[in-house]
Design a protein around this ligand. Structure first.
Ligand code: 5RP
Length: 245
């Protein structure tokens, strides 16, 4: 664990830790994928003062991140124009001891998973409140569903005991619709359910576009603590065409 002077919360600590990890990478990353959320904001605000970071192109996982990157003066690339990334940095809602994640509180899970999949090295940044023994134990698991598929998807998920709830947002009537036009549905995972099997089952239901269960996509987790302290956990990637190359 490292320490710095000055105060900061866990999210900022994780962001500082991620900048340290990036600084160590050789050659410096040139195509950087950027996740979504408040921890990513902390990371970007730390990164914006790094000189080397100005040479990279940044690919956002959501419109929110695209706007933030532009505001901070980063070079923004369109994610639809690049097949592989050197590194991807993102937050998470839950991280288990195997580096498996639940993501999607910000409804960006589809964009996030597409970037994580095509990136050669994935860094997850969380404060210590995100660490769990069992995925789905603290937060619901979000999925993205094609709007016309909602009726049968909801019936199917209810029958499997997953208590689907269509997410409704502040500032808008009706369901939360993602940047890709899908409806976000939050699932409650009964205890004892194997999340890897659940992920396969969910992907087999027509109309479910993607899930917030991220398995085998983590290389490093930076866990931030109060007081500018963090630790880095490293994992073996298991999935992804680029990881197998
Ligand atoms: C957005 C996400 C975020 O990465 C996740 O919700 C963590 O957000 P925060 O850093 O604000 O806690 O998955 O879809």
């Amino acid at each position: 664990m490292l320490g710095l002077s000055g105060g900061c919360g866990g999210k900022r600590s994780a962001g500082i830790g991620a900048v340290e990890l990036l600084r160590e990478r050789s050659p410096p990353p040139r195509r950087v994928g950027v996740g979504t959320g408040s921890t990513v904001r902390e990371f970007l605000s730390e990164l914006s003062s790094e000189e080397w970071a100005a040479d990279a192109v940044y690919y956002p996982s959501s419109r929110d991140s695209a706007l933030l990157l532009a505001e901070l003066g980063f070079n923004v690339g369109h994610p639809g124009t690049v097949a592989s990334l050197d590194v991807y940095v993102d937050g998470a809602d839950e991280v288990d001891p195997y580096g498996r994640l639940v993501k999607g509180r910000g409804a960006a899970l589809l964009g996030e998973k597409m970037l994580a999949y095509r990136s050669r090295y994935n860094i997850i940044i969380v404060d210590d409140s995100k660490l769990v023994d069992v995925l789905g134990s603290k937060k619901p698991v979000p999925i993205e569903v094609v709007p016309d598929a909602l009726p049968h998807v909801l019936v199917e998920l209810e029958s499997r005991g997953l208590h689907p709830r269509v997410r409704r947002g502040s500032g808008k009537d009706g369901p939360v619709v993602s940047d890709w036009g899908g409806v976000i549905v939050d699932l409650t995972i009964p205890s004892g359910v194997n999340v890897e099997e659940l992920d396969i089952v969910l992907h087999s239901i027509p109309g479910i576009v993607e899930t917030g269960i991220f398995i085998g996509l983590t290389d490093a987790v930076v866990v931030g603590y109060e007081g500018c302290k963090w630790k880095v956990e490293r994992y073996q990637r298991r999935r992804g065409i680029l990881a197998r190359a």
